[in-house]
Design a binder for this molecule. Structure first.
Ligand SMILES: Cc1cc2nc3c(=O)[nH]c(=O)nc-3n(C[C@H](O)[C@H](O)[C@H](O)COP(=O)(O)OP(=O)(O)OC[C@H]3O[C@@H](n4cnc5c(N)ncnc54)[C@H](O)[C@@H]3O)c2cc1C
Length: 595
């Protein structure tokens, strides 16, 4: 709950009521946002898609050439303010571009690394001089950027980097020594943000030019997926970096590294949902074309069910992603100050991790089932599903592995609660007292009455078990990763449920345009998603309590959760069949946007 009262706060989905809230969603995109999305879609269709084979074969110079063309159309400058040659548009627009390019993983990763983790350290942490020197060329694609954090012996444990920078005795430059591993765009980037220990112990960031003597770029890695993207090691041997290239403050590199990753995580989450839409489209078309036993395979329940599951995951992931970009945009709009922007990004760290994990796992599901729906053809290189599956896999590894991101979710909430920045302790006390008096959230009025009640139940359940785990393990909770992982999944389900109910309500209550077409499908998406998600929260909470509590207290905790158990009579299979029919009719994701 940091920040002013009128500003949205991070993770507040856990304690604020779901009722009557408007969230940012594709139905509310402005004409300006849609125009940029159209330009990106056209560019992907005309420039990127026809060159997939050449991109994948690492045709020399092709990716930078395409990036430069994207730059000419203004697609690299969305986040950069006008005074540095950019468009200064909102994060929602920036994410829309990521979504449109996600159909070709290699290109999407190259573009995302340049505009995101490559450019953003300078954008958010650079001095006016550094911004003026680098941003205009990065905005237009005259130069490209990369982000060098990982080392051979420090990946997830990024702060343990060994690369070091020592200030010269005359204070004019740093001498940089060390190696970095797996750096995206390293093959052609002109500018690197390099994280190093200044004086061997103060983790900091430096801007390093490619032309610096002593900087060597290693050979291209040969990868399972995103084969057309550039991934190389970097080595620094007594590289002289001007003292003026220090980014931010000495010893504060972690603020840069982690906040930049937060934006990257949201971008990755939205991008993976875009790729999942592509997998659904390819699957839907094939499920209509391919006949077995005298029928199109899409008519079989077990195939239809996969199409429906894909659409549900996409809907939920898309909704969480754009809800969060809307919240960040709201905070960005309130101030032009970069510190306020960094604070806004930091505020939504929990959502960023959830969106990253959810999107990458939805894409893995969609890409894998796309292969399955294609049967043997799915396994053959010349068909698209094979590439989609290979390209998908990296997303659970970079921008913080999904294990690390799962740990971040409850750890951040607990840390904020300890600092009085999140009302977890008060909420847990209120929930316990209410349940002891037999009071639990009641069903509301109208079409979404039960759904809203169930979302409230899940919020109470999440808060309840989080508090029990925190009280049981105290500071040692960090050693209970299995419990933290399950807590993270419950909290993610709360965010997903809260968001899905809010968006479906908006669609149903909205009028005109594509809203009218989307109403029936949106209702079915909620009907198919919410009951299993609610059951997941209840069952996972019970299992956590069984693992965490001593026998003498267990029953009372299970009874408390029991007060939030209802039978929710729902026809999930029927809803999924209707969703699958809508997917087949739409040749893909059935929720339509104004284009
Ligand atoms: C194609 C590609 C592009 C990349 N691009 C970039 C880039 O542009 N810039 C950059 O800096 N890096 C980049 N990376 C590096 C990437 O971010 C790291 O690979 C990633 O952070 C994981 O680090 P690691 O590979 O050292 O794995 P490790 O950290 O060794 O992890 C190995 C396994 O152990 C698990 N693990 C580790 N620590 C914990 C823990 N505390 N608790 C539970 N589980 C844990 C991990 O989740 C993982 O499953 C890229 C990597 C690839 C493959």
């Amino acid at each position: 709950m940091s920040g002013s009262n009128s500003m949205p706060s991070g993770a507040s989905f856990l304690w604020e009521s779901a009722a009557g809230r408007t969230i940012n969603a594709p139905e509310l995109f402005t004409e300006d946002q849609r125009e940029i999305a159209r330009a990106a879609r056209k560019f992907a269709a005309t420039e990127i898609f026809p060159r997939i084979a050449q991109i994948e074969s690492k045709k020399s110079g092709l990716v930078p050439e395409l990036l430069r063309k994207a730059g000419e159309l203004g697609l690299l400058m969305v986040d950069i303010p006008p005074e540095y040659g950019g468009l200064g548009l909102d994060k929602t627009t920036s994410m829309l571009i990521a979504e449109e390019f996600s159909v070709v993983g290699s290109f999407a990763v190259s573009l995302g690394a340049h505009t995101g983790i490559g450019t953003m350290p300078i954008l958010y942490f650079g001095t006016p001089e550094q911004k003026a020197k680098y941003l205009p060329d990065l905005a237009t694609g005259q130069k490209f950027a990369a982000y060098a954090l990982t080392e051979a012996s420090s990946g997830s444990d990024a702060l343990a980097a060994k690369t070091r920078a020592d200030l010269s005795t005359d204070g004019t430059h740093y001498l940089l020594n060390g190696t970095k591993q797996f750096i995206t765009n390293a093959g052609f980037a002109d500018v690197f943000t390099v994280f190093a220990q200044i004086g061997g112990k103060k983790f900091s960031a430096l801007i390093v030019d490619r032309t610096s003597p002593g900087l060597t770029v290693g050979p291209e890695e040969h990868k399972l997926g995103i084969r057309g993207s550039s991934t190389c090691a970097l080595s620094f041997e007594d590289v002289k970096v001007p003292a003026g290239n220090l980014l931010g403050e000495v010893g504060k590199g972690h603020r840069i590294a982690f906040n930049i990753l937060n934006v990257g995580r949201i971008k990755l989450g939205v991008g993976t949902i875009g790729a999942a839409k592509c997998a659904l489209e390819v699957s839907a078309k094939y499920a209509k074309e391919r006949h077995q036993f005298g029928k199109p395979i899409g008519a079989f329940g077990l195939v239809a069910s996969k199409l429906a599951e894909m659409a549900i995951g996409i809907f939920v992931g898309e909704s969480m992603g754009y809800r969060t970009t809307g919240l960040i945009d709201q905070r960005f709009a309130a101030s032009t100050d970069e510190d306020a922007h960094v604070a806004a990004i930091e505020e939504f760290a929990v959502e960023a991790s959830i969106i990253k994990v959810y999107g990458s796992e939805v894409l893995d599901y969609c890409a894998d089932e796309c292969v399955q729906i294609h049967g043997g053809y799915g396994f053959i290189e010349e068909y698209q599903p094979e590439r989609l599956l290979r390209d998908s896999r990296i997303n659970r590894i970079f921008e913080g592995t999904n294990e690390i991101n799962r740990l971040i979710v409850p750890a951040t909430i607990l840390k904020r609660a300890m600092k009085g920045q999140a009302p977890l302790i008060e909420r847990a006390a209120f929930i316990r007292a209410s349940l002891a008096k037999g009071q639990a959230p009641a069903a509301g009025e109208g079409e979404f009455g039960v759904a809203t009640q169930v979302v409230e139940f899940c919020k109470w359940i999440a808060t309840y078990v989080l508090a029990v785990a925190a009280e049981t393990y105290h500071v040692n909770i960090a050693d209970e990763q299995e419990i933290l992982g399950e807590l993270s999944d419950i909290i993610s389900h709360v965010f997903a449920l809260d968001t899905a109910v809010a968006r479906v309500r908006q669609i149903v209550e909205g009028t005109g345009g594509k809203n009218e077409m989307n109403k029936a499908v949106a209702r079915d998406l909620l009907a198919a998603f919410a009951p299993p998600a609610y059951s997941f929260c209840v069952h996972t909470a019970r299992h956590i309590l069984m693992d965490v509590c001593e026998p003498e207290s267990l029953q009372s905790h299970l009874d408390a959760i029991g007060k939030m158990r209802i039978d929710w009579p729902s026809k999930v299979i029927a809803a999924k069949r209707r969703i699958a029919r809508a997917v087949l009719e739409a040749d893909g994701y059935p929720i339509q946007r104004e284009t």
